[in-house]
Design a protein around this ligand. Structure first.
Ligand SMILES: [Zn+2]
Length: 298
C-alpha cells in the first residue's frame, strides 16, 4: 500500500490519541485543585507506590473507586485518556498488525480518491428500481454472502449491459467489506489503465512499482467497467494479467464488472486473461442482463 496514504491515515489516528491524552492531563490538573480529590488521589498513588516497593500487587480498587466518585461529583471527565480505539489506543498498530481503525481511515482516503462518491448499503437497496427485482435480490444476496466468505472464489466477474446496477452492487460490496475491516480499492478500468501507462512510461523504478502497489496490495480490488478503457497494445493486457495473477496467487480477491460477456472477454483481451477470470474452481461469473435478467452461476 502507498506509504503516503498510510502516513496520512496514521496521522489522523495519532492526532486523536494526542487529543485524548491532552484532555486527560487537563482533567487531572483541574481535579487536583479540589482538596478532596487531591487527598483521595494521593492515597491511591501512595498505596500503589508502597505496593511496588514491597514487590506485591496491592488491591487498589477501593481507592480508585473513591477518587473516581469524587471526579464524577466534580463533573470532570476521565483523568485517563479516552482513546477512540481502545484496541490499539490510537496507535494504529497492535502487536505488529494493522488495527481495524487504521484500515478504516485508509479506506476513507481510498474511497475519496476513487471518485466513486458515497458507498451504498445492502440493507438500504430498493429492488423495485430493477426490471427483474426477484433475480436482483438473488444476485445481491449471493454477493453479500460472498463478502462474508473466506474467498475460496477469489475472482467475481459481473457482466451485463449498462444501467443494470453493477456499479451500485459493487459499492454495496465495498461498504460491506470495509465493515469487515478489509482494505478496499475501487477503481474504474479506465483509471487503472492510465496508471498502467504511467507505470510503463516512467523510468524511475520505485515510482514504477508505487503506482501499481494499491492494485496489488489492497485486500479486495474492485475494477469497474472492464473493457471500457482504451487498450494499449502490449501494455494493458500484460499489466492487467500481472495484477490478476499476483492477486490470485496471494489469494486476494478481485471483483470485476464489465459489459463484455465471457466470449467477448476472450476476444477483447487474450486467452491468458480470460482463462484467469473464467476459472470455474476459483471464480464466480454472474451474468446480469437488463431485459431478461438471467442469473448464471458458474
Ligand atoms: Zn485501533
Amino acid at each position: 500500500m502507498n506509504n503516503k496514504i498510510i502516513e496520512e491515515a496514521l496521522f489522523t489516528i495519532n492526532q486523536r490519541g494526542n487529543k485524548a491524552e491532552i484532555e486527560a492531563v487537563q482533567n487531572k490538573a483541574k481535579a487536583l485543585q479540589d482538596s478532596t480529590f487531591s487527598s483521595l488521589y494521593s492515597a491511591y498513588t501512595r498505596k500503589m507506590i508502597e505496593g511496588a516497593k514491597n514487590g506485591k500487587k496491592e488491591d487498589l480498587s477501593a481507592e480508585k473507586q473513591a477518587f473516581e466518585k469524587r471526579l464524577d461529583q466534580l463533573k470532570i471527565g476521565s483523568i485517563l485518556p479516552k482513546y477512540s480505539c481502545p484496541i490499539c489506543e490510537d496507535q494504529g498498530y497492535k502487536d505488529g498488525h494493522m488495527c481495524n481503525c487504521l484500515k478504516n481511515e485508509i479506506n476513507k482516503i481510498l474511497v475519496r480518491e476513487s471518485g466513486f462518491g458515497a458507498l451504498e448499503d445492502f440493507a438500504k437497496t430498493k429492488f423495485d428500481i430493477f426490471k427483474n427485482a426477484e433475480y436482483m435480490k438473488k444476485v445481491y444476496a449471493k454477493m453479500q454472502e460472498w463478502c462474508h466468505s473466506k474467498f475460496d472464489k477469489n475472482i467475481v466477474y459481473l457482466s451485463g449491459g449498462t444501467g443494470v446496477g453493477k456499479t451500485h452492487l459493487i459499492k454495496c460490496m465495498a461498504n460491506e467489506l470495509i465493515g469487515r475491516g478489509k482494505l478496499v480499492v475501487l477503481t474504474s478500468a479506465f483509471a487503472m489503465n492510465q496508471d498502467f501507462l504511467k507505470s510503463y512510461s516512467t523510468r524511475d523504478l520505485e515510482e514504477k512499482n508505487n503506482i501499481l502497489d494499491k492494485y496489488l496490495d489492497c485486500e479486495v480490488l474492485f475494477i469497474d467497467d472492464l473493457g471500457s478503457e482504451f487498450i494499449q497494445k502490449g501494455i494493458t493486457s500484460s499489466f492487467l494479467y500481472q495484477v490478476l495473477n499476483e492477486r490470485k496467487i496471494k489469494n486476494r480477491p478481485t471483483v470485476i464488472t464489465s459489459n463484455l460477456d465471457l466470449k467477448d472477454l476472450r476476444d477483447y483481451y487474450d486467452e491468458r486473461i480470460s482463462s484467469r477470470i473464467i476459472d470455474k474452481r476459483t471464480s464466480i461469473c454472474l451474468l446480469i442482463d437488463g431485459d431478461d435478467l438471467r442469473l448464471k452461476n458458474r
